[in-house]
Ligand binder design. Sequence first.
Ligand SMILES: [Zn+2]
Length: 243
Amino acid sequence: MRRSAPGHHALGEALRTILCIAAHPDDNEHVIAGSVARWAREGRDVVFCLVTSGGAGTNEHTPDSAGLIPIRERECREAARILGVREAVFLNYQDGVVEPTLELRRDLTRVIRRHRPDVVVCGDPTVRWYGSDYLNHPDHRAVASAALDAVFPSAETRAIFPELLTEGLAPHKVKQVLIAGSLEPDTWIDIGDTFDVKCAALRAHVSQLGAGEWVEDVLRAWAERDGKRAGLKLAEAFRRMVL
Ligand SMILES: [Zn+2]
């Protein structure tokens, strides 16, 4: 089997457990939710890990971040339910000031060893900006960087973070990483059947979107753009690492 043949449109049958690591409660819904819904429909076990609870997400609806956090966690859990995700794990880092520290890497290593995913999905820590109108959020880069370092070498190496062994968390080897938002994608997941679910899940983030009138148009434009490169009507694009 070729290890890095481009253009796969589906995950291998043997990849049953998927952990999606993101910085903010609505990141997964913007970027990978069509794939997530598809994997859940295929009977795979999907877990979300959110490093922050999005306390800096808006100043409009609540007076402070402490008031916003439970709202955003609730919205995230509702979105996860819509997508068929089994669980959303929150690490409770402060929104807006995340750094790729050893502490974050250890916390993500703990989540990986506990849930033992075949596949980890995360962002691309190397992307500083997209096009000429979006500076990639520093939390996105920090979380993606720590996530990749947690996958390798931390999760699979006994001698790294020995305190996790005393918690009963044995080393675990992740088989594949799907990097979303990469500028050099090589894998496209067909989301034609789950696009509507993706829209519904993103709309669950009412504190961020209000009525969300733009959701379908924007998500469709992104999915068509990514699909075009793979000969699909609607797709989400990833860079795939086979470890
Ligand atoms: Zn975000």
